[in-house]
Design a protein around this ligand. Structure first.
Ligand code: URP
Ligand code: ZN
Ligand code: ZN
Length: 457
């Protein structure tokens, strides 16, 4: 099958031009004007923007967590992602303590295989570092194509590792040029505050917010930055929320250290005033929590300054019934919020349209940089001859309102209910197939495939 997309305005991380794109099979075979080709199908994209398919570096699908499962699985989650122009996601396979990394990968691959609509890969979260795990890393990186590992400095007693384990992981991952990512908040400080509030009978979602103040994130980020410096590993801080944490990364640039940073739309757009909404605030109970308006400004500036390279959603939805488990105790509210569908539209509407970032930056942080950091470039993350034909046709003017009534997440509320956005994903190609067209999914369940990754560029 061959397709010609005509007259679209192609946006990459560095370019902005009008041209035609010729797709043959799964890849792009030509880009230019007046191409001498005989396509099976022609699509007119006049007046539309053309983006490379989005890659979401941070999602949790079908994840057992805090007594529940995240409510989108690989079927509904990757489908919702496609509706918003995200053609690939990188999910987290979490090692069960006492079990191997290979086993975690097998379990998560089993969850996704035959179900996903969009392409996918996994990071592996190492929760129990020991000699057996150490011996697995080379194979996982070089044979399995899993090149990034998440570590937790929080969730004490469940996922958290200590600094010695962190250094062990960093040292080993560095040998094979992989990357260590971190959930950087100080688990001991948080536990101290949680115990204090609980002993005082302070159990509403507001105290979730107060038990993870900015200093808990700044401290852990600084420590992670130092550990990464000592080991020399490729390092990446996930879901950064605040000024104090970003300043630790900024300071490290003085000694010529590069630490990669991800933030999320919720930290760019929402703030902690939402925790004043009684138990409804449980919708935004996530870790780290939403912050202050000054932090939002710092994060937008950090993207502009190149200190923040990627925007993931940390999509981790729970049905309201699961959130209710914490009605009388905020520590029992499953942490996480939905958002996989809205990342590109939110960043376009609130970022590009409001002059906070330019179109090229939008593509950088939602696709190109993610592909480079996670070993997918140039197969993915760009519109270029030879790359996968993962392409989004985007209407820059169409307005719509985000709502749980119309979103494609399997979640009975939205974190952005009632927000009007400008700009809409119209048509999405995934490896040369029309995957979404005018609000309808066109590929079948199971079309999405596991993509092996290389090391960071
Ligand atoms: O609250 C969150 N972020 N839930 C998902 C797990 C994590 O820490 O990323
Ligand atoms: Zn996390
Ligand atoms: Zn997460």
């Amino acid at each position: 099958m061959s397709i010609l997309i005509k007259n679209g305005r192609i946006i990459s991380a560095s370019d902005d031009y009008i041209a035609d794109i010729y797709i043959e099979g799964e890849t792009i075979s030509a880009i230019g004007k007046d191409l001498d080709v005989k396509p099976d199908k022609v699509i007119d994209a006049s007046g539309k923007l053309i983006f490379p398919g989005g890659i979401d570096p941070h999602v949790h699908l079908d994840m057992p967590f805090m007594g529940a499962f995240s409510s989108d699985d690989h079927e509904t989650g990757t489908r919702a992602a496609l509706f918003g122009g995200t053609t690939m996601v990188i999910d987290y396979a979490i090692q069960t303590r006492g079990d191997s990394l290979h086993s975690a990968l097998k379990i998560w691959k089993g969850r996704a295989n035959g179900k996903a609509y969009g392409d996918y890969s996994f990071h592996i979260a190492i929760t129990d570092y020991n000699e057996n795990v150490k011996a697995e890393l080379q194979d996982i990186i070089e044979k399995e194509g899993i090149t990034s590992f998440k570590t937790f400095m929080a969730y004490k007693g469940a996922l958290m590792i200590d600094d010695k384990q962190m250094l062990g992981i960093m040292n080993e991952v560095k040998k094979y040029d992989g990357l260590v990512a971190v959930h950087a908040t100080n688990g001991d400080m948080i536990e101290y505050l949680v115990e204090k509030y609980k002993s005082e009978g302070k159990l509403t979602p507001w105290y979730h917010y107060l038990s993870q103040p900015e200093i808990t994130e700044a401290e852990a980020t600084g420590r992670f930055v130092d550990l990464a410096y000592l080991s020399g590993v490729n390092s990446y801080v996930v879901h950064m929320t605040c000024e104090g944490a970003l300043n630790k990364v900024r300071e490290a640039t003085v000694r010529n250290q590069k630490v990669l940073v991800e933030t999320c739309p919720q930290y760019l757009l929402l703030d902690a005033s939402l925790y004043k909404n009684g138990f409804e605030a449980a919708k935004w109970v996530m870790s780290p929590p939403l912050r202050e308006k000054k932090d939002r400004e710092t994060l937008w500036a950090g993207i502009k300054q190149g200190l923040i390279q990627s925007v993931g959603t940390d999509h981790c939805p729970f049905m309201w019934n699961d959130k209710l488990k914490g009605e009388n105790d905020f520590t029992k509210i499953p942490n996480g919020a939905p958002g996989i569908e809205h990342r590109i539209e939110l960043l376009y509407s609130e970022g590009v349209k409001k002059d906070r970032i330019c179109l090229n930056k939008l593509i950088e942080v939602t696709s190109t940089n993610v592909a480079k950091i996670f070993g997918l470039f140039p197969q993915k993350g760009t519109i270029a001859v030879g790359s996968d034909a993962d392409i989004v046709i985007f209407d820059p003017e169409e307005k719509h309102t985000i709502s749980a009534d119309t979103h494609h997440h399997r979640c009975d509320y939205s974190a952005y209910e009632g927000l009007e956005v400008t700009g809409k994903t119209k048509t999405v190609f995934l490896r040369g197939e029309v995957a979404i067209d005018n609000d309808e999914v066109k590929v079948g369940k199971g079309y999405g495939k596991f993509i092996k990754r290389g090391v960071p560029l």
